[in-house]
Write a protein that binds this ligand. Structure first.
Ligand code: GLU
Length: 322
């Protein structure tokens, strides 16, 4: 269904997976990295380095109205200050639009997409929120909807999800499984305003960049179903996922909004240096005792892949399904 060259490129990237670990840290340049993002970056870095693999830095900058000037440079500076490096050039989704557009048009030509005219406001009333995601009830799937402009508006394009479950491997919890039509629904891949949807570009990136392992926050667990659905529509298997639990304090409480939103600037103001921040981030994942001070390189030296995996599993809350 994909053009031959595109298919071969994706196939090749997926086939390189057994040759070595490749992870990614994929922040959106919408502001400074907050504590949760910093911890995800540290854990993704440790995971890649302990596996003797690579870590890519991907900047998810397609949602342009939310991008903040200077945020990308600040993200890079924060990572460097913490001693977290990455492999190869910084990858920006904004420079990869051609690839996403080719995939989108291949899916459209194959009949895997349909145009939808439902407005967000209308759907807010009727979409059944299932777990974390509202599920589209499929109105336009059954209607004949034109794809040209109507009253100055273009349709959005949705992926037609086949019957059956979507499955993926989870390292820190039970295997992921969501029913396609019931729990994920026909997700939008191109919005009516022309924006490419996060699920499309993320799925295409994981495949085309040969990502073997995705470590990210558990707030994205439900999104994984939609991303796996896109990969399935392209005939490709998903990478392995590890969804990290939200950061809790020593008493097991979720951090307040203010605490959770605090970035390096705030931590520095409270007198922490890089060793203090790495210590705090690592302690929150159970890797070192609270109050530890050490560099990222020292932390890496102290850990073995087995101990790291055990700590992550112990820190992981039960899967959001449970
Ligand atoms: N860029 C998004 C975020 O920062 C998604 C990241 C991901 O898929 O890991 O939340």
């Amino acid at each position: 269904m994909l053009p031959v060259r595109l298919r071969a490129a994706l196939q090749q990237a997926v086939e390189r997976r057994p040759r070595g670990y490749r992870g990614r840290f994929a922040p959106s340049p919408t502001g400074a990295l907050h504590r949760g993002n910093l911890r995800t970056a540290l854990l993704a870095w440790l995971d890649a380095r302990l596996a003797g693999g690579e870590l890519l830095l991907r900047i998810d900058d397609l949602d342009t109205p939310r991008n903040r000037p200077g945020a990308e440079l600040a993200i890079q500076a924060d990572l460097r200050w913490l001693g977290l490096d990455w492999d190869g050039p910084v990858l920006r989704q904004s420079t990869r639009r051609g690839l996403y557009a080719s995939v989108l048009s291949a899916l459209r030509r194959a009949g895997a997409l349909y145009p939808c005219r439902c407005s967000r406001r209308m759907l807010a009333d009727v979409s059944a929120p299932h777990g974390g995601m509202p599920v589209y009830p499929g109105f336009c799937r059954r209607r004949r909807v034109g794809w040209g402009p109507e009253a100055g508006r273009l349709p959005s394009w949705r992926l037609r999800l086949p019957e059956g479950p979507l499955r993926w491997q989870e390292r820190l919890a039970a295997p992921g499984v969501l029913d396609g039509p019931e729990e994920v629904g026909d997700v939008v891949l191109r919005r009516a305003d022309g924006f490419l949807a996060y699920h499309l570009v993320t799925a295409v990136d994981e495949l085309s960049l040969g990502i073997t392992d995705v470590l990210r926050g558990e707030d994205l667990w439900w999104s994984t179903g939609a991303q796996v659905a896109v990969m399935a529509a392209l005939g490709m298997p998903p990478p392995r996922y590890g969804h990290l639990p939200l950061w809790r304090d020593a008493a097991g409480r979720r951090l307040s909004k203010r605490e959770a939103g605090e970035g390096l600037a705030g931590l520095r103001q409270r007198g922490l240096d890089a060793a203090g921040v790495i210590g705090a981030l690592a302690a929150s994942a159970g890797l070192v005792p609270p109050g530890s001070r050490l560099s990222a390189a020292e932390l890496l030296q102290e850990l073995t892949p087995q101990r790291f995996a055990d700590c992550l599993k112990a820190a992981a809350a039960p899967s959001p399904q449970a």
